[in-house]
Design a protein around this ligand. Structure first.
Ligand code: ADP
Length: 460
């Protein structure tokens, strides 16, 4: 089905093409109306010029006769003007009838008739001037006078009247074509423009409604995300309290406070401790993640000794490393180096990285050290463990993502540690990088700025 904007597009194109077509045909029709009108005017002019030549002939004759009767030379002034006028009229007639051979032949005939009439009148006038008035008057009486000219003019007018009526018909046809093109064409173009305007309006209305519903969805998504973070935070808190009680009672029993335990009971108690601590770690990670997402983490900046931070993290993972028979090496910076950062968050990051190193290494060594440059310190956790396949590297920082379910089941974890670590690193103004080789081990580097602008992290 066509969408509204596709329909609008096609209607617009059709409208534009139609308007163009109407414009071009209208222009052509207008030109042919102009041409036809020009032809009509030409025929009217030809008729007019025939009349003029006849009138000039009559004027010349009247003037000639006036001279014969009065012998006054001034009587000849109209005669001369009429002869001059006639030759001008005939020249125009020749030009105007160039495209009509019959008419042109008639005009040539008229030219000859007019000049022979003029020559005859000249001769008569010359006789009168020579005092032979009687002969002159006799010539006038005997002569054919204007009759041949009248004859030619009549024929010419008849022919031109026929031409004129043909041309009037052609003019009417051209006008009708123009009306036929312009009226429906303009109406149709106008109609298409109206349709386009209507479609555009509906589209704008739809777009607006869509934007509003998007804004509503986004607002409710924000609301849902806030609600989720609040839910996780309060759930985590609710889970921690009984879990801490379980760990506390387990400690009391394991320490023999309520009486001695058998080796089997001690083994079970140790399993309870491990599982409870693992669960506590998961809850902490979830809590951290939801707090970071909700923007609720407030940094407390202080001067932190990097060597001390490395040793603290090592101390936390040492039991696990010893249990797996791993060598734990701590290489503190020399001379000692202090950076401005949040001690607790840095500790959390390092324990996550070092804890993973122990989790995913079965033999060899875990090494904690620091690379120091002018502005940045890179805290490194290297292991000789499983390593990570190159195709998995981009995903390990995603929340709840783990390389392999079976492995993770074996070692525990929810796929949150690296995600939390990376987000905390961002908060501390740094980042986490990893290089790894499948089967030979991984190096995680937490880069942090050596100094921080305290004002940017004021805790209320
Ligand atoms: P998990 O709780 O599964 O350890 P993490 O976010 O800490 O979650 O790690 C994500 C995944 O990255 C792990 O499931 C593991 O497959 C891989 N990974 C993390 N650290 C290492 C490491 N040091 N060596 C090998 N694989 C690692």
């Amino acid at each position: 089905m066509l969408t509204r904007s596709t329909t609008r597009f096609f209607v617009s194109i059709a409208g534009t093409l139609l308007t163009l077509l109407v414009g071009l045909t209208g222009w052509a029709a207008l030109r042919s109306v102009e041409r036809a009108t020009g032809e009509v005017e030409r025929a009217v002019l030809v008729l007019d010029l025939y009349q003029t030549s006849l009138r000039d002939g009559l004027d010349a004759e009247a003037s000639e006769r006036g001279f014969l009767l009065t012998a006054q030379p001034r009587q000849l002034a109209p005669y001369e003007a009429a002869v001059r006028g006639n030759s001008a009229a005939v020249a125009r007639l020749l030009a105007l009838t160039a495209d009509n051979p019959a008419q042109r032949a008639r005009v040539l005939q008229l030219t000859r008739a007019l000049s022979s009439h003029a020559a005859s009148m000249d001769f008569t006038i010359a006789l009168a001037r020579a005092g032979q008035t009687v002969q002159a008057i006799g010539r006038v009486r005997a002569g054919a006078g204007l009759e041949p000219i009248r004859q030619i003019v009549r024929e010419g007018e008849r022919e031109e009247a026929r031409v004129l009526s043909d041309r009037r018909r052609a003019q009417a046809r051209a006008r009708a074509t123009l009306t036929l093109v312009l009226v429906p064409g303009t109406l149709l173009s106008f109609l298409l423009i109206l349709v386009v305007i209507r479609l555009s309006r509906e589209e704008i209305r739809e777009q607006r409604a869509q934007n509003e519903s998007l804004a509503r969805i986004s607002a409710s998504a924000d609301e849902a995300s806030r609600a989720k973070s609040e839910f996780i935070a309060s759930m985590s808190h609710e889970l921690r309290t009984p879990l801490n009680a379980i760990i506390g009672y387990q400690n009391l029993i394991a320490d023999g406070i309520v009486g001695p335990t058998t080796p089997r009971q001690a083994d079970f108690l140790e399993r309870i401790r491990t599982s409870a601590n693992h669960l506590l770690g998961l809850i902490d990670d979830m809590l951290s993640l939801s707090r970071i997402e909700a923007g609720q983490i407030q940094l407390r900046l202080q001067d932190v000794d990097v060597g001390l931070a490395l040793r603290d993290a090592a101390a936390m993972i040492e039991p696990g490393a010893i249990q797996k028979g791993l060598r734990l090496v701590v290489d503190s910076p020399d001379p000692p180096l202090s950076i401005r950062t949040d001690r607790q968050r840095l500790g959390q990051c390092m324990i996550n990285l070092a804890g993973n190193a122990v989790k995913y290494t079965d033999a060899g060594e875990i090494r904690l050290d620091a690379l120091v440059s002018a502005d940045v310190v890179g805290i490194r956790v290297s292991d000789t463990g499983l390593g990570i396949a190159p195709q998995n590297l981009p995903r390990i920082f995603d929340a709840f993502w783990q390389v392999e379910q079976s492995m993770t089941r074996r070692v525990g974890g929810a796929g949150l540690g690296l995600s939390v670590t990376q987000r905390l690193a961002y908060l501390l103004g740094g980042d986490v990088h990893v290089t790894s080789q499948l089967g030979s081990g991984s190096v995680f580097t937490l880069t942090l700025p050596r100094t921080q602008d305290d004002a940017a992290h004021v805790t209320p």
